[in-house]
Ligand binder design. Structure first.
Ligand code: SME
Length: 315
């Protein structure tokens, strides 16, 4: 098992986001960043030691990666709050990634560069001290108190409002008409209306082993994208989300609209097969954050669950 260390504010609150992730074997709540050995919870909470409330994530590198854990971390904190997180204030509740080697440092630096203005410390790992038993898996031991803390802290509200609204609207469209001809144009429009700073948002669908242009918002676009070509064809073949901070540096990028500078492409599946991709372009460099990726993957998940592919159906 490999280990990764993050400070994401209240350790009770941040734990479940990691504990539920694929490839994670366990999450320990504790303290990092201060000099004193084995500090007490009350001391850290009262800002007496220089530690931050932190977590130690044990993971199987065959099943997940430090990058994925970083992604989970960034999607579940308020990166711009430099004075703590939500209701929990002071240094011990500020954000940090504790890297253990150069590879982790570079990966974290790259992710942080994609969030200009983020208030997240990037510090070398210098020890982790587990907190008392009563703080471990708090969300399981005290589900009601945990829910209350999440609610009162404002975490639940801030993190989910935007995503929930998008997902709710998409679900209600799908309930009324799941047929892809009706659902996908509204899905593209929903993204277009909700997310700022886009110049294209839409779909390419698999047809005779190429990606063919589907419903979209934005300027007219190229009609066919061969598998393995461009960002879309590469995401479809690799079957993974591609978040491209600068499309001009992506080998083989297909420029439909010269205004595009960054792009995110998410594969869509049905019955275990890739049936197309969702593609968003932005005129800004580095437009799409890890948080956007999480939200859009959730959106894509709702599409996959609900869509009726009609004559495009795959068994
Ligand atoms: N840039 C994409 C082509 C599609 S447009 O962005 C709408 C690509 O490289 O696959």
């Amino acid at each position: 098992m490999d280990k990764a260390y993050f400070a994401g504010g209240c350790f009770w609150c941040i734990t479940p986001f990691f504990a539920r992730a694929k490839g994670v074997a366990g999450v320990v709540s504790g303290f990092s960043g201060g000099e004193e050995k084995d500090p007490a919870y009350e001391q850290v909470k009262a800002q007496q030691t220089g530690h931050r409330e932190s977590i130690e994530v044990s993971y199987d590198p065959q099943q997940t990666s430090f990058d994925t854990l970083l992604h989970i971390f960034l999607a579940n904190v308020d990166p711009y709050d430099g004075g703590g997180q939500y209701i929990d204030r002071g240094h011990s509740y500020t954000l940090a990634v504790y890297y253990q080697n150069e590879k982790e440092r570079l990966a974290a630096q790259k992710a942080l560069n994609e969030i200009p203005g983020a208030q997240i410390a990037l510090e070398p790992f210098c020890g982790f001290y587990a907190a008392g038993e009563e703080h471990q898996e708090f969300y399981k031991r005290h589900p009601e108190e945990f829910a209350k803390e999440m609610e009162e802290s404002g975490r639940t509200k801030v993190l989910s409002e935007k995503g929930e609204r998008l997902v709710r609207q998409l679900k209600s469209f799908a309930e009324e008409e799941p047929w892809y001809v009706s659902l996908l144009p509204n899905a593209a429009a929903l993204i277009w209306e909700t997310l700022p700073d886009l110049n294209w948002a839409g779909f390419y669908l698999m047809r005779d082993e190429v990606l063919a242009l589907g419903p979209f918002e934005g300027k007219t676009a190229c009609i066919h994208i061969p598998l393995g070509k461009g960002v879309c064809g590469t995401a479809a073949v690799k079957d993974c989300t591609l978040r491209v901070p600068d499309v001009h540096e992506f080998p083989g990028h297909i420029a439909c609209d010269s205004a595009s500078n960054s792009e995110i492409v998410i594969p869509l599946h049905k019955n275990g097969r890739v049936i197309g991709v969702m593609d968003l372009d932005s005129p800004s460099l580095n437009r799409f954050t890890a948080g956007d990726q999480t939200l859009l993957e959730r959106f894509a998940g709702v599409l996959e669950e609900n869509i009726d592919l009609g004559e495009l159906s795959v068994e």
